[in-house]
Design a binder for this molecule. Structure first.
Ligand SMILES: [Zn+2]
Length: 654
């Protein structure tokens, strides 16, 4: 008899299922309402005691044995269901090693200590004068009921340096144990060998704060989140440190209480704060969880996905909008002064979505309102906000274009430059096309133009990973620039030349003017990072404090440095002293400029057609602009001809 057979023989499926589903005898079998899909009218769920199996004949149209039932009910993989049922059946799966036994005992001991801390902080909240202040805050300012506070095990850490320390020492826990679970902090970490930490060397980590116990999805205590009461205290939120039990990248606040609702509603909602989770649960929206004040991790989404693949991020509007914008400019998130770290990273989310095959959507809260204020005002409003959630790409498009002048070609270019890389990341061709259509309509440019930019704008991976070093690109020899070269590469190449020869900037400007063209400007580049770098170049030649190259390297941020590095790579095979290098550069810059003009021409023509269709047959202003642009384009073409007709440069073929 296999272990599986033995477990099945020892557990009666009717007993097991009855704990979740109210079963009634139907002939020799049993029936009830399916626990896996919402329906209280048809009892579509059947249990066959003879074969030890179950089946839903309704929406799920699915069935199996006791293992499958536990997997579906708990969102477990087979091994977890096996472990659980084996223990329940009293079947030994494998004999744990000595080390595993010791470790399991230690964890058990630490969890007991943390459970003790939940009780300790809870007592402080409900039964002490100092806790009364916190209790008033939670009840009056946050409108939380006693029942809610108890469900979530909320407590209060007194404003003392040693209250928890003394309490748990007196209970027989060692100071080392208290350090291990993060209840106390060492004054000088590493001063004492592990296990013999002196009481005098530590102090209570949580002082005068509201305490939120954080549990894993099975309800096992892992650590605490703590929020200030005194507005002057910092930080506003403080979590347990990383401990053997607390790994915040693998935990979601409230999941132990939310997982049933998430499965029943087939939707999980992620909000930014602990108090948001609690308020929404109190209002009857129990499918809500929150990360621990960090960007969402793949492990967290993986956890959620066991219960539902449909995930909605409900974001604070500032965060959602600014982060979409800032991310595009690759500004480090540390620079942002936000209550918690952002949980929104469009590009990261798209990657997770594809890998986990989940459906991730984004919605924003009304400006200035917390979720508890929204549900307090009208629970229907919360339902509406969630129903309005949109795919990540659409959300970014809308956040970027809100309050912008979409008639301005530069604004269009900026938005396209930020959204196209996201669209490129979407694995489904159909979805990609849909987003391109939306973007074309939003920016009022033709889809074809966007398609072309889209296929040529695959950019190096953003911050975090070091870009893969490419061999130097042979962009410009022979003297024709292939149409397929992306603007991104071309811009980077031109900047790479300037990085080696900043003095060429003067020559470029003189040559532009000779060709009746305006001098080089950051606006000649589509990509914001490149614009910033060119600005630094221009400053570098206008100062005389340092060598231009040193000035540039000193002025660039770390993220930009990486780009600059990459640019130097691209032009590694170039001999910067070869005077013909300027011709390469001019060809590149003129090509970039012409692409911009073509883009604007196309847009203006689009506007004229639109105006004519609407009855304005003249559309004079746009017509005039078209004439002007066409003239500039002619100058560019003339200049380009001059550079392409000459022999090519010293750039060697590979
Ligand atoms: Zn069902």
């Amino acid at each position: 008899m296999s272990v599986i057979d033995e477990i099945k023989a020892r557990i009666d499926i009717v007993d097991l299922v009855s704990e979740t589903v109210q079963l009634r005898r139907t002939g020799k079998n049993y029936s009830g309402f399916c626990p896996f899909h919402p329906n209280q009218r048809t009892p579509a769920f059947a249990v066959f005691s003879d074969s030890g199996t179950w089946r839903c004949f309704g929406q799920c149209n699915e069935g199996g044995d006791i293992f499958k039932f536990m997997m579906k009910k708990e969102g477990w993989e087979f091994p977890e269901a096996m472990r659980y049922l084996a223990e329940r059946a009293g079947v030994q799966l494998h004999v744990p090693t000595e080390q595993e036994k010791v470790e399991a005992e230690e964890h058990e001991n630490l969890r007991n200590l943390l459970e003790g801390a939940v009780t300790f902080y809870r007592h402080q909240l409900f039964n002490t004068p100092a806790g009364k202040l916190a209790l008033d805050y939670l009840q009056q300012k946050r409108n939380l009921t006693i029942e809610t506070l108890e469900t979530f095990g909320i407590g209060y850490a007194p404003g003392s340096w040693d209250a928890a320390l003394n309490f748990f020492n007196a209970k027989g826990y060692s100071t080392a144990d208290l350090v291990a679970v993060g209840l106390v902090t060492e004054r000088e970490p590493g001063k004492n060998p592990v296990g013999v930490i002196q009481k005098a060397d530590v102090y209570d980590r949580f002082r005068h704060r509201v305490m939120f116990p954080i549990r894993d999805e099975k309800g096992r205590i892992a650590g605490f989140g703590a929020r200030i009461l005194n507005p002057e205290d910092i930080p506003k939120f403080l979590n347990s440190p990383q401990t053997p039990l607390f790994d915040k990248s693998r935990l979601l606040y409230g999941l132990d209480l939310a997982r049933r609702a998430i499965r029943t509603l087939d939707q999980a909602v992620i909000v930014e704060g602990y108090l948001d989770v609690i308020a929404l649960h109190q209002a009857g929206f129990s499918n809500v969880v929150s990360p621990m004040g960090t960007a969402l991790t793949e492990q967290q989404l993986f956890l959620l996905k066991r219960y539902s693949k449909r995930i909605v991020l409900a974001l604070d509007p500032d965060a959602a909008g600014n982060q979409a914008t800032l991310r595009g400019l690759q500004i480090a998130r540390q620079a942002m002064d936000h209550e918690q770290d952002p949980i929104f990273d469009a590009r990261g989310l798209l990657g997770y979505e594809a890998r986990l095959q989940a459906d991730i959507r984004v919605t924003t809260l009304p400006l200035g309102l917390d979720p508890d204020e929204v549900v307090g005002r009208d629970p229907k409003e919360w339902e509406r906000i969630i129903a309005e959630a949109r795919p990540v790409v659409i959300h970014v498009m809308e956040a970027l274009s809100a309050d912008r002048n979409l008639d301005d070609p530069k604004v269009k270019n900026q938005i396209a430059a930020q959204v196209l890389p996201l669209i490129n990341d979407v694995p489904s061709a159909i979805e990609r096309d849909t987003y391109l259509q939306r973007l074309a309509r939003l920016l009022r440019v033709s889809e074809r133009a966007l398609q072309e930019i889209a296929t040529s704008s695959r950019r190096p991976r953003p911050s975090g990973h070091r870009p893969v070093r490419k061999p130097a690109e042979q962009l410009l020899a022979p003297a024709q620039i292939p149409a397929a070269i992306s603007s991104y590469s071309l811009e980077a190449y031109c900047l790479g030349i300037l990085l080696r020869r900043p003095d060429l900037l003067y020559q470029v400007d003189r040559r532009m003017q000779n060709g009746r063209l305006p001098r080089l400007s950051p606006e000649d580049f589509l990509h914001a990072d490149h614009q910033a770098i060119l600005r630094v170049f221009q400053e570098s030649v206008e100062q005389d404090m340092a060598e231009p190259l040193n000035f540039v390297l000193n002025s660039l941020s770390l993220a930009m440095m990486e780009l600059a590095d990459n640019m130097l790579d691209r032009t590694a095979k170039l001999d910067p002293q070869d005077e013909r290098v300027i011709e390469d550069l001019m060809r590149g810059l003129l090509t970039l400029r012409r692409r911009r003009i073509d883009q604007e021409l196309e847009y203006r023509r689009f506007l004229i057609v639109e105006a004519q269709e609407a009855g304005d047959l003249k559309a004079t202003q746009d017509a005039q602009t078209v004439v002007k642009l066409a003239k500039v384009r002619r100058f560019i073409d003339e200049a380009l001809k001059e550079y392409t007709s000459r022999s090519t440069t010293g750039v060697r073929q590979q």
